[in-house]
Design a protein around this ligand. Structure first.
Ligand code: ADP
Length: 190
């Protein structure tokens, strides 16, 4: 399994690029944000709990997120590989993922980080909020809080994967085609 973490701050374009990589390499795409939104839509206990954090732009607690992620991984252990999108977002999530994949006889091959300046991201998210129906995209304070969560809890993971020689930064500004080509160049060499 060629598993990768697709990484970057909110609005950087992980979801669209993950869908393209999934198609091209026949991978599984696990987006923790999508799984939470599916649960919110269906009013499950997990969804009701997660909504109270997500709507404020806060991270959902580690235990809840990690349990959910393990369930998703277990469903896909016979695949070509998994694209992790939106996970890990804390150091504990990252170490837990490494340990869990090791138990299953596999590992993360790379963290590929999409890089886009923050002012462009806020604009993109507010624009997405006009059509996406996501309350966390419709209020600049919530968006700022998500960036704060990213800076204080998530950005440290760059060093975590760099220390394992698994970090690859990719310019996330340009056309979808250009950015996808940059991502594929990294993936093909793993
Ligand atoms: P974006 O990258 O645009 O912020 P996501 O769809 O990845 O959006 O996530 C939406 C929200 O879901 C996050 O702001 C957070 O509240 C919650 N979430 C998603 N993944 C995680 C995670 N790994 N740990 C904690 N919370 C998460």
């Amino acid at each position: 399994m060629k598993n990768i973490v697709l990484f970057g701050p909110p609005g950087v374009g992980k979801g669209t690029k993950a869908a393209l990589l999934k198609e091209r390499y026949q991978l599984i795409h696990i987006s923790t944000g999508d799984v939470f939104r599916f649960n919110i839509k269906n009013n499950t206990p997990l969804g009701i709990l997660a909504k109270s954090f997500i709507d404020k732009g806060n991270l959902v607690p580690d235990k809840v997120t990690i349990d959910m992620l393990k369930t998703e991984v277990d469903k896909n252990l016979n695949s070509n590989g998994i694209i992790f999108d939106g996970f890990p977002r804390t150091k504990l999530q990252a170490t837990t993922l490494d340990d869990y994949l090791a138990i299953k006889g596999t590992q993360i091959y790379a963290m590929i980080a999409l890089e886009v300046p923050e002012n462009i991201l806020v604009e993109r998210l507010l624009k997405r909020g006009l059509t996406s129906n996501r309350p966390d995209d419709q209020d600049e304070n919530k968006i700022r809080n998500r960036f704060n969560e990213y800076q204080t809890k998530t950005a440290v993971l760059i060093n975590y994967y760099a220390a394992q020689n698994k970090f690859y930064g990719v310019n996330g500004v340009g056309s979808i085609k250009e950015i996808t080509a940059r991502l594929c160049a990294v993936f093909d060499n793993l």
